[in-house]
Write a protein that binds this ligand. Structure first.
Ligand SMILES: Nc1ncnc2c1ncn2[C@@H]1O[C@H](COP(=O)(O)OP(=O)(O)OP(=O)(O)O)[C@@H](O)[C@H]1O
Length: 307
């Protein structure tokens, strides 16, 4: 299937001479939730701003649903909804006027039923006649999302959607995102809240120093790069790790009551049986076992540090 968004050889050098993007190639699949992770200054906003026509690229091409974002800007831009990091609304307008006006900007005919639907979805319906300036920060964020959805885009960008957002709004937002995906919308979110990517994304891309260093299915990524830990609770404390177990990278907790075995989940599965056998042979009684897989956060920190 043709990707809904295709970025090829994208470079950006700012007027200061700083090269923020160093040749990005990235294809986004139709209907997926893609999380773009990267530390501060990695180039996430630069990439989004180029895709949305706010910043000019220095080299490379981008197509949105087959439309070139430069030579066919209007058609490409119509496909895209952007929820930016900052609030950009007219404080004196009402919620309804703001959101329906935004739809008009994209040359779409008036559709009150659609505006009503998204305002209801975002719990903004009761506030539709209120001026933006009278809303709380969280409500203003909701208005930004409603604005981005007003013209029924096929691709929705959420730039740092969780920054400064409370738990309730985050939950509502994810519900909306899931519903959008059900409806066929492709969602790309940038975040440095890794938990968000872990919960929501189908695929993860990692950007660092203006380069995409990895793109992978979330599940495969966690399996491939994740470390697993097996924790053994011991019936009686041990003063040291016995010699029989010296071949395993085991850590003994200070109270001697627990042994922790960290292993690469893709390679060393089979060693667990061997470990347990040796533990038994050493006369150690295990009362409980737990395994834990490293989180996406640990994987991410590891990846970014390697550079
Ligand atoms: N107008 C500009 N002129 C010069 N340098 C810029 C400009 N805008 C951004 N940069 C630099 O480009 C790099 C990438 O910035 P960008 O905002 O894309 O990063 P980011 O990944 O979105 O970071 P954050 O997570 O902090 O938002 C940074 O080093 C930034 O200082």
């Amino acid at each position: 299937m043709q990707p809904i968004l295709s970025v090829s050889g994208l470079q950006k050098t700012y007027a200061s001479g700083f090269q923020a993007l160093k040749g990005i190639d990235l294809d986004i699949r139709r209907g997926e939730i893609f999380a773009l992770l990267g530390p501060n200054g990695a180039g996430k906003s630069t990439l989004i701003n180029i895709i949305c026509g706010v910043v000019n690229p220095s080299a490379g091409t981008i197509t949105a649903d087959g439309h070139d974002i430069i030579s066919d800007y209007r058609a490409a831009r119509k496909k895209i909804g952007l929820v930016p990091q900052e609030l950009t609304t007219d404080a004196f307008e009402t919620v309804w006027a703001t959101v329906s006006f935004s739809r008009g900007l994209f040359g779409k005919p008036r559709n009150d039923a659609h505006i009503e639907k998204i305002l209801k979805q975002l719990s903004l319906w009761e506030k539709k006649d209120q001026k933006i300036m009278t809303l709380s920060g969280g409500m203003k964020r909701r208005v930004m999302i409603a604005k981005a959805l007003s013209h029924e885009p096929d691709i929705l960008f959420l730039d740092e959607p969780s920054a400064g957002v409370d738990v309730e709004l985050r939950r509502d937002m994810w519900e909306v995102v899931r519903a959008l995906r059900e409806g066929g919308v492709t969602v790309i979110l940038t975040t440095h809240y890794i938990q968000e990517a872990e919960e929501m994304a189908d695929r993860i891309g990692v950007i660092n120093h203006g380069e995409i260093i990895l793109v992978e299915e979330k599940a495969a990524l966690m399996k491939k790069l994740g470390k697993k830990q097996l924790t053994l609770q011991l019936h009686d404390p041990i003063a040291a790790v016995p010699d029989q177990l010296s071949g395993f990278p085991l850590e003994r907790t200070e109270d001697g009551q627990t042994l922790v075995y960290t292993f690469d989940s893709s390679k060393e599965q089979a060693n667990i049986a061997e470990l347990l056998k040796r533990v038994d042979e050493a006369g150690i009684t295990v009362t409980d076992l737990q395994t834990r897989q490293s989180s996406l956060e640990e994987i991410f920190v590891d990846l970014v540090r390697r550079k």
